[in-house]
Design a protein around this ligand. Structure first.
Ligand code: PXP
Length: 243
Protein backbone atom coordinates (compact mmCIF):
# COMPACT_ATOMS: atom_id res chain seq x y z
CA UNK A 1 0.00 0.00 0.00
CA UNK A 2 1.41 3.42 -0.98
CA UNK A 3 1.83 5.93 1.82
CA UNK A 4 -0.56 8.79 1.05
CA UNK A 5 0.67 12.36 1.14
CA UNK A 6 -1.09 15.64 1.68
CA UNK A 7 0.05 18.74 -0.18
CA UNK A 8 -1.35 22.06 0.94
CA UNK A 9 -1.79 24.87 -1.57
CA UNK A 10 -1.40 28.25 0.13
CA UNK A 11 -2.19 30.53 -2.85
CA UNK A 12 -5.20 32.02 -1.12
CA UNK A 13 -3.24 33.09 1.92
CA UNK A 14 -1.45 35.31 -0.61
CA UNK A 15 -4.83 36.38 -2.04
CA UNK A 16 -5.85 37.64 1.41
CA UNK A 17 -2.49 39.29 1.98
CA UNK A 18 -2.56 41.08 -1.37
CA UNK A 19 -5.94 42.68 -0.66
CA UNK A 20 -4.24 45.04 1.80
CA UNK A 21 -0.78 45.22 0.24
CA UNK A 22 1.22 44.35 3.36
CA UNK A 23 2.59 41.07 4.71
CA UNK A 24 -0.42 39.85 6.68
CA UNK A 25 -1.35 37.04 6.67
CA UNK A 26 2.17 35.76 6.03
CA UNK A 27 2.47 33.10 3.35
CA UNK A 28 5.61 31.63 4.91
CA UNK A 29 3.99 31.42 8.37
CA UNK A 30 1.00 29.63 6.82
CA UNK A 31 3.36 27.18 5.12
CA UNK A 32 5.12 26.41 8.41
CA UNK A 33 1.79 25.94 10.24
CA UNK A 34 0.65 23.62 7.42
CA UNK A 35 3.79 21.49 7.70
CA UNK A 36 3.62 21.27 11.47
CA UNK A 37 -0.05 20.23 11.22
CA UNK A 38 0.52 17.23 8.96
CA UNK A 39 1.11 18.53 5.44
CA UNK A 40 3.84 16.70 3.55
CA UNK A 41 4.51 19.43 1.02
CA UNK A 42 3.57 22.99 0.15
CA UNK A 43 2.14 23.93 -3.21
CA UNK A 44 2.09 27.39 -4.75
CA UNK A 45 0.84 28.40 -8.17
CA UNK A 46 2.90 31.25 -9.56
CA UNK A 47 0.48 32.60 -12.14
CA UNK A 48 1.82 34.76 -14.94
CA UNK A 49 -0.29 37.69 -13.71
CA UNK A 50 1.07 37.14 -10.14
CA UNK A 51 -2.44 37.61 -8.80
CA UNK A 52 -1.65 35.78 -5.57
CA UNK A 53 1.79 34.17 -5.17
CA UNK A 54 4.75 36.38 -6.16
CA UNK A 55 8.19 35.20 -7.30
CA UNK A 56 9.61 36.49 -3.98
CA UNK A 57 7.22 34.15 -2.08
CA UNK A 58 8.52 31.16 -4.01
CA UNK A 59 12.15 32.11 -3.35
CA UNK A 60 11.51 32.59 0.38
CA UNK A 61 9.56 29.34 0.71
CA UNK A 62 12.32 27.38 -1.01
CA UNK A 63 14.76 28.80 1.55
CA UNK A 64 12.78 28.15 4.73
CA UNK A 65 10.85 24.91 4.12
CA UNK A 66 12.23 21.61 5.33
CA UNK A 67 9.75 19.63 3.22
CA UNK A 68 9.15 19.61 -0.55
CA UNK A 69 7.94 22.66 -2.43
CA UNK A 70 5.65 21.98 -5.38
CA UNK A 71 5.64 24.83 -7.88
CA UNK A 72 2.61 24.93 -10.15
CA UNK A 73 3.14 26.97 -13.27
CA UNK A 74 2.25 27.46 -16.89
CA UNK A 75 4.33 26.00 -19.70
CA UNK A 76 6.22 29.11 -20.76
CA UNK A 77 9.92 29.75 -21.29
CA UNK A 78 9.87 32.43 -18.58
CA UNK A 79 8.36 30.08 -15.98
CA UNK A 80 10.68 27.21 -16.88
CA UNK A 81 13.64 29.54 -16.52
CA UNK A 82 12.35 30.69 -13.10
CA UNK A 83 11.92 27.07 -11.97
CA UNK A 84 15.46 26.20 -12.97
CA UNK A 85 16.68 29.02 -10.71
CA UNK A 86 14.50 28.12 -7.71
CA UNK A 87 14.87 24.33 -8.05
CA UNK A 88 11.74 23.27 -6.18
CA UNK A 89 11.44 19.54 -5.51
CA UNK A 90 8.35 19.33 -7.75
CA UNK A 91 7.04 21.27 -10.71
CA UNK A 92 3.47 20.74 -11.81
CA UNK A 93 2.72 22.07 -15.30
CA UNK A 94 -0.78 23.48 -15.60
CA UNK A 95 -2.73 25.31 -18.30
CA UNK A 96 -3.36 28.97 -17.63
CA UNK A 97 -5.87 31.43 -19.01
CA UNK A 98 -5.64 35.03 -17.90
CA UNK A 99 -9.34 35.50 -17.17
CA UNK A 100 -10.13 32.18 -15.47
CA UNK A 101 -10.96 32.21 -11.75
CA UNK A 102 -9.00 29.01 -11.23
CA UNK A 103 -7.36 26.27 -13.34
CA UNK A 104 -10.31 25.18 -15.41
CA UNK A 105 -9.09 21.99 -17.00
CA UNK A 106 -6.07 19.80 -17.49
CA UNK A 107 -3.07 20.56 -19.68
CA UNK A 108 -3.41 19.51 -23.32
CA UNK A 109 -0.38 17.27 -23.69
CA UNK A 110 -0.67 17.26 -27.48
CA UNK A 111 -0.25 21.02 -27.77
CA UNK A 112 3.02 22.99 -27.77
CA UNK A 113 4.73 19.61 -27.85
CA UNK A 114 8.24 20.77 -28.59
CA UNK A 115 8.35 23.15 -25.60
CA UNK A 116 6.66 20.54 -23.41
CA UNK A 117 9.24 17.86 -24.26
CA UNK A 118 12.19 20.23 -23.83
CA UNK A 119 10.87 21.58 -20.54
CA UNK A 120 10.31 18.14 -19.02
CA UNK A 121 13.84 17.09 -19.99
CA UNK A 122 15.35 20.31 -18.67
CA UNK A 123 13.56 20.13 -15.30
CA UNK A 124 14.32 16.44 -14.85
CA UNK A 125 17.99 17.03 -15.68
CA UNK A 126 18.30 19.19 -12.55
CA UNK A 127 16.44 16.67 -10.37
CA UNK A 128 13.07 18.38 -10.34
CA UNK A 129 10.28 15.83 -10.32
CA UNK A 130 7.81 16.77 -13.07
CA UNK A 131 4.08 16.39 -12.75
CA UNK A 132 1.53 17.08 -15.49
CA UNK A 133 -1.92 18.29 -14.46
CA UNK A 134 -4.36 16.41 -16.69
CA UNK A 135 -8.01 15.57 -17.03
CA UNK A 136 -8.80 11.93 -16.21
CA UNK A 137 -8.45 10.63 -19.78
CA UNK A 138 -6.46 7.56 -20.77
CA UNK A 139 -5.12 9.27 -23.93
CA UNK A 140 -3.60 11.99 -21.73
CA UNK A 141 -2.08 9.41 -19.40
CA UNK A 142 -0.57 7.60 -22.41
CA UNK A 143 0.91 10.87 -23.61
CA UNK A 144 2.31 11.63 -20.12
CA UNK A 145 4.04 8.23 -20.23
CA UNK A 146 5.47 9.00 -23.68
CA UNK A 147 6.70 12.35 -22.44
CA UNK A 148 8.50 10.62 -19.54
CA UNK A 149 6.84 12.70 -16.83
CA UNK A 150 7.47 11.49 -13.29
CA UNK A 151 3.91 12.03 -12.11
CA UNK A 152 0.48 13.04 -13.26
CA UNK A 153 -1.90 15.11 -11.19
CA UNK A 154 -5.48 14.21 -12.04
CA UNK A 155 -7.90 17.14 -12.16
CA UNK A 156 -10.69 16.29 -9.73
CA UNK A 157 -12.66 19.52 -10.28
CA UNK A 158 -15.50 18.04 -12.35
CA UNK A 159 -15.97 15.18 -9.91
CA UNK A 160 -16.13 17.58 -6.96
CA UNK A 161 -18.61 19.86 -8.74
CA UNK A 162 -20.96 16.98 -9.58
CA UNK A 163 -20.64 15.66 -6.04
CA UNK A 164 -21.43 19.07 -4.53
CA UNK A 165 -24.43 19.41 -6.85
CA UNK A 166 -25.61 15.97 -5.72
CA UNK A 167 -25.51 14.67 -9.29
CA UNK A 168 -25.01 11.00 -8.44
CA UNK A 169 -24.83 9.69 -12.00
CA UNK A 170 -22.28 12.19 -13.26
CA UNK A 171 -20.18 12.13 -10.11
CA UNK A 172 -20.02 8.33 -10.31
CA UNK A 173 -18.98 8.57 -13.99
CA UNK A 174 -16.25 11.10 -13.17
CA UNK A 175 -15.09 9.00 -10.22
CA UNK A 176 -14.72 6.00 -12.52
CA UNK A 177 -12.75 8.06 -15.03
CA UNK A 178 -10.37 9.16 -12.26
CA UNK A 179 -10.03 5.56 -11.08
CA UNK A 180 -9.28 4.19 -14.57
CA UNK A 181 -6.75 6.94 -15.28
CA UNK A 182 -5.06 6.39 -11.90
CA UNK A 183 -4.85 2.61 -12.37
CA UNK A 184 -3.50 2.90 -15.90
CA UNK A 185 -0.90 5.48 -14.86
CA UNK A 186 0.24 3.51 -11.83
CA UNK A 187 0.61 0.30 -13.87
CA UNK A 188 2.92 2.26 -16.13
CA UNK A 189 5.03 3.53 -13.24
CA UNK A 190 3.76 7.08 -13.16
CA UNK A 191 3.21 8.62 -9.75
CA UNK A 192 -0.44 9.59 -9.36
CA UNK A 193 -1.45 12.78 -7.59
CA UNK A 194 -4.80 14.50 -7.63
CA UNK A 195 -6.26 17.87 -6.86
CA UNK A 196 -8.79 20.61 -7.45
CA UNK A 197 -11.99 21.32 -5.61
CA UNK A 198 -11.32 18.71 -2.91
CA UNK A 199 -12.90 18.98 0.55
CA UNK A 200 -13.32 16.51 3.42
CA UNK A 201 -15.97 14.42 1.66
CA UNK A 202 -14.49 14.26 -1.84
CA UNK A 203 -11.02 13.55 -0.40
CA UNK A 204 -12.44 10.67 1.63
CA UNK A 205 -14.19 9.27 -1.46
CA UNK A 206 -11.18 9.57 -3.74
CA UNK A 207 -8.94 8.05 -1.11
CA UNK A 208 -10.62 4.75 -2.02
CA UNK A 209 -8.54 4.78 -5.22
CA UNK A 210 -5.41 3.16 -3.86
CA UNK A 211 -3.15 4.17 -6.75
CA UNK A 212 -3.41 7.86 -5.80
CA UNK A 213 -0.47 8.78 -3.62
CA UNK A 214 -0.89 12.53 -3.14
CA UNK A 215 -3.75 14.94 -2.58
CA UNK A 216 -3.22 18.65 -3.28
CA UNK A 217 -5.79 20.86 -1.61
CA UNK A 218 -6.02 24.64 -1.40
CA UNK A 219 -9.19 26.68 -1.58
CA UNK A 220 -11.18 24.50 0.82
CA UNK A 221 -8.37 24.55 3.38
CA UNK A 222 -8.09 28.32 3.50
CA UNK A 223 -11.88 28.83 3.40
CA UNK A 224 -12.67 26.28 6.12
CA UNK A 225 -9.89 27.82 8.22
CA UNK A 226 -12.05 30.92 8.64
CA UNK A 227 -14.30 28.78 10.85
CA UNK A 228 -11.98 26.16 12.31
CA UNK A 229 -8.40 27.47 12.05
CA UNK A 230 -5.70 26.43 9.60
CA UNK A 231 -4.04 23.87 11.83
CA UNK A 232 -7.30 22.12 12.74
CA UNK A 233 -8.42 21.84 9.12
CA UNK A 234 -5.09 20.41 8.00
CA UNK A 235 -5.00 17.94 10.91
CA UNK A 236 -8.45 16.70 9.93
CA UNK A 237 -7.52 16.37 6.25
CA UNK A 238 -4.28 14.67 7.14
CA UNK A 239 -6.21 12.03 9.10
CA UNK A 240 -8.55 11.47 6.15
CA UNK A 241 -5.69 11.14 3.67
CA UNK A 242 -3.40 8.99 5.79
CA UNK A 243 -5.64 6.72 7.89
N1 PXP B 1 -3.79 21.22 -8.19
C1 PXP B 1 -3.61 22.10 -9.22
C2 PXP B 1 -2.76 21.67 -10.36
C3 PXP B 1 -4.22 23.37 -9.19
O1 PXP B 1 -4.04 24.22 -10.21
C4 PXP B 1 -4.97 23.74 -8.05
C5 PXP B 1 -5.54 25.11 -7.98
O2 PXP B 1 -4.52 26.06 -7.97
C6 PXP B 1 -5.10 22.81 -7.01
C7 PXP B 1 -4.52 21.55 -7.11
C8 PXP B 1 -5.85 23.12 -5.76
O3 PXP B 1 -7.19 23.30 -6.07
P1 PXP B 1 -8.16 23.85 -4.94
O4 PXP B 1 -7.64 25.21 -4.59
O5 PXP B 1 -9.49 23.88 -5.60
O6 PXP B 1 -8.09 22.89 -3.79
Amino acid sequence: MIKRKLGINIDHVATLRNIRGNNFPSVSKAALVALSSGADSITVHLREDERHIKPSDVLLLKKILNKPLNLEMALTKKMISFATKVKPEFVCLVPEKRKELTTEGGLNLFYNLSLLKKSILKLKSINISVSLFIDPEIRMVKQAIKLKADNIEIHTGSYCNFLNNKNKIKSRLEFNKIKSAAKFASKNNLGVHCGHGLDYISTKNIRAIKEISEFNIGHFVISQSVFDGLSNVIKKLSKIVKN
